[in-house]
Design a protein around this ligand. Structure first.
Ligand SMILES: [Zn+2]
Length: 301
């Protein structure tokens, strides 16, 4: 009798565990991917770290996605070489399904530390500005492999986002610009960019291009964040206007928003585009909050 009870209880427990199994975004797993990238050194186009990171992105994609598209193109660095091989890497899930969304981040890092006081002409580590967005996408890729969403997903890793000179938007976002002119069918109906979301002191305000291009999507994301208890991070107030990878896409028919914490770390102190953009200024918790919101959004589509 007792044995039978234990068997029934074990079966019940096992069933409950299986039924309740759902994807959970783990900040530490994403943070390990952030460290993996900074360990390669700066990933500015043309550098050894850039080549290593490209190889890693392609290798991971073959393990985790249904198909991987590598879009190679020639970019430029206004601070250096005029012709540099660059590549966008796009992980596709259910590549034939028309109903699809895109999540995206830039994987390159800035070739100069123009906002630092020292060594301005040396490349930055890019822990937050570069690695953080890729880290979240990479952990999402793992979860999409384990728990295939019913819609189509494109995870886009853009190259050549951060090589431009200040006040020259046409020199930035080279990879997303190339994709916008060379879109892959079926094309996603909407897209979400994440950039600089690793900041340990994370505060994300409405970005103004996003409000112009896809206001409903902005509201949707901030509402999910509120429902999950993240209103202290996703703050429902207007913030900066940041020219970023979501601008070329929105201009070519894919309404896109940017989830970005542009004040890194806070007013009066700046690590952005300096040698201080290192992993110790970022946190697993920040990656977890943004990753969890994106995960919830994808599975609610
Ligand atoms: Zn940057």
């Amino acid at each position: 009798m007792i044995n039978k009870f234990y068997i029934v209880a074990a079966v019940f427990l096992f069933t409950a565990v299986v039924i309740r199994s759902e994807p959970v975004f783990t900040g530490q797993k994403a943070f390990d991917y952030l460290i993996h990238q900074t360990d390669m050194g700066p990933r500015n186009p043309g550098s050894p770290g850039h080549q290593a990171c490209l190889d890693w992105l392609i290798h991971q994609g073959r393990l985790l996605a249904d198909t991987v598209v590598v879009q190679r193109f020639t970019g430029f660095n206004p601070y250096g070489d005029s012709d540099i091989p660059m590549a966008n890497v796009i992980y596709r899930y259910r590549p034939h399904i028309k109903k699809r969304v895109m999540l995206m981040a830039h994987w390159d890092t800035r070739p100069v530390a123009d906002l630092d006081l020292f060594d301005k002409d040396l490349p930055i580590p890019g822990a937050n500005d570069g690695a953080s967005g890729v880290a979240v996408l990479m952990h999402l890729a793992e979860l999409f492999k384990q728990y295939p969403p019913t819609i189509g997903i494109d995870l886009a890793f853009w190259d050549g986002e951060d090589s431009g000179r200040p006040s020259r938007p046409e020199e930035f976002a080279q990879g997303s610009r190339f994709y916008s002119r060379n879109q892959i069918e079926p094309v996603p109906q909407k897209a979400i960019l994440i950039d600089m979301i690793g900041d340990a002191d994370l505060k994300i305000y409405y970005e103004l291009y996003s409000l112009k291009f896809a206001p409903k999507l902005v509201t949707e994301i901030w509402k999910i964040a509120r429902d999950m208890g993240f209103s202290d991070v996703f703050i429902p107030l207007q913030g900066p206007m940041v020219y970023d990878d979501h601008v070329p896409l929105s201009g070519k028919g894919i309404p896109s928003i940017n989830i970005i914490d542009f004040q890194y770390p806070r007013a009066g102190l700046n690590y952005w585009h300096t040698h201080e953009d290192t992993p110790d200024k970022c946190s697993p918790q920040s990656l977890e909050i943004v990753g969890s919101v994106l995960l919830k959004w994808v599975y609610s589509q």
